[in-house]
Design a protein around this ligand. Structure first.
Ligand SMILES: Nc1ncnc2c1ncn2[C@@H]1O[C@H](COP(=O)(O)OP(=O)(O)O)[C@@H](O)[C@H]1O
Ligand SMILES: [Mg+2]
Length: 377
């Protein structure tokens, strides 16, 4: 199937023919179709072109359409490149403005920039860490897995602290972020790779960090925004590691793009029961069960946990409070040295998630321009 353009407000067959001549399917939309599509899960098209030559104002549904479908770039056709109109357009999520009349080269250049904005590549792998309760060692696992992943063939890795407030991943990485997920979640309509990367901070240990905010968000967060953020992260990095909070429903509902969810429990009955619930919610194939601070002499043993949760324990992270605490207090993840059993277990976890990529192997294969347009390799 050819990639499709929705064309809005154009009475000029010439524009339509130019798009068709480049292999696009063109569907004619009314302005109100934008508002209708903004309420739907699927945008129905890959690109939108709005012809504003006969009409000075942007369609009212544009803003909400761009928020709901950030992967569908919008091109604006104008009779003059008025800076005020262009600024307003960009704020509403428009990616490109093209002045009429345009040359074939100008249209080609605009379309390839739109295709780049779409960035529909297969994206990096996303791994989420979800504690069955607070304090079980979730952030410790997420930070160390992210650190180890960034050491595997120098892949780009982003750790996203998805606690909507007061997450502590920055402390574990010794990082001092200026921005946070609040800036990303409040601006999902313009969350391309460049903007996302500008919000992240590089850590000495290797991974970049998109931190948790130390302020309240300016708007309510829903699963759509979380999903948009997670998808944008996967387009921009080879690996994305999420440090999740079990008590944020919008976060738990926005995890469709996640490849593996590592549920972390310990040997307490309450966390084992919660692990069972999470295992059921996300399905055995997607969940890997890990037990942290594992003590072989504890009353609840490995088999008891497996029986209750209904899955095998994939990872046992030994208990080593002194080493874990020292890493936290120095802001130096323990995966940076290989001396302890806990570090070894965390590094193994990272390598298994990454499926032991061998030296020189490419996670992101190159894609043709048509592949990028259609979302296929
Ligand atoms: N395997 C472990 N053994 C001993 N202590 C640990 C272990 N993992 C984490 N800790 C310690 O437990 C505390 C909470 O860990 P953290 O990773 O922040 O948990 P969570 O993110 O689940 O709240 C920290 O002091 C940390 O150093
Ligand atoms: Mg934590």
């Amino acid at each position: 199937m050819n990639p499709s353009f929705a064309l809005i407000g154009s009475t000029d067959r010439q524009v339509e023919q130019q798009l068709r001549g480049r292999g696009f399917t063109v569907v004619m939309w009314l302005e109100r179709d934008l508002a209708v599509r903004a309420l739907q899960a699927s945008p129905g098209v890959q690109f939108v072109m709005i012809d504003l030559r006969d009409n000075g104002s942007l369609p009212p549904g544009l803003d909400s359409f761009s928020r709901q479908h950030p992967s569908v770039p919008v091109l604006l056709l104008l009779s003059s490149l008025d800076p005020a109109v262009m600024l307003e357009a960009m704020r509403s999520g428009v990616k490109e403005c093209l002045q009429f009349p345009f040359s074939a080269e100008e249209l080609d250049a605009a379309i390839s920039r739109l295709a780049a904005a779409r960035e529909t590549g297969p994206g990096g792998d996303i791994f989420a860490f979800l504690g069955a309760k607070g304090g079980v060692g979730t952030t410790t696992a997420a930070v160390n897995v992210a650190t180890e992943l960034s050491r595997l063939q120098s892949r780009s890795v982003l750790l996203v602290d998805l606690h909507l407030a007061y997450g502590d991943a920055a402390i574990y990485l010794g990082a001092e972020p200026r921005y946070s997920i609040a800036d990303a979640l409040e601006n999902t309509h313009r969350l391309d790779s460049a903007f996302l990367k500008s919000l992240c901070v590089k850590s000495k240990a290797g991974p970049e960090l998109l931190a948790s905010p130390d302020r309240n968000l300016a708007l309510p967060v829903d699963a759509g925004r979380v999903r948009t953020l997670v998808e944008a992260a996967a387009r921009a990095y080879h690996f994305v590691v999420l440090d999740l909070c079990r008590t944020d429903p919008a976060v738990l509902d926005g995890l469709d793009p996640v490849k593996k969810i590592v549920v972390i429990a310990n040997q307490e009955l309450a966390t084992v029961r919660m692990a069972m619930t999470l295992n059921q919610r996300y399905g055995r194939d997607r969940v890997a069960l890990a037990v942290s601070r594992y003590d072989p002499n504890a009353g609840i043993g490995q088999e008891d946990i497996e029986r209750v949760v209904g899955s095998k324990i994939r990872y046992l992270l030994p208990s080593d409070y002194r080493v874990a605490l020292e890493a936290l207090n120095t802001g130096r993840p323990l995966a940076l040295n290989n001396q302890t059993r806990l570090a070894g277990a965390l590094k193994l976890l990272a390598r298994e998630l990454a499926e032991h990529p061998s030296e020189g192997e490419s996670v992101k294969p190159g894609r043709s321009i048509f592949g990028r347009l259609t979302g296929r390799s």
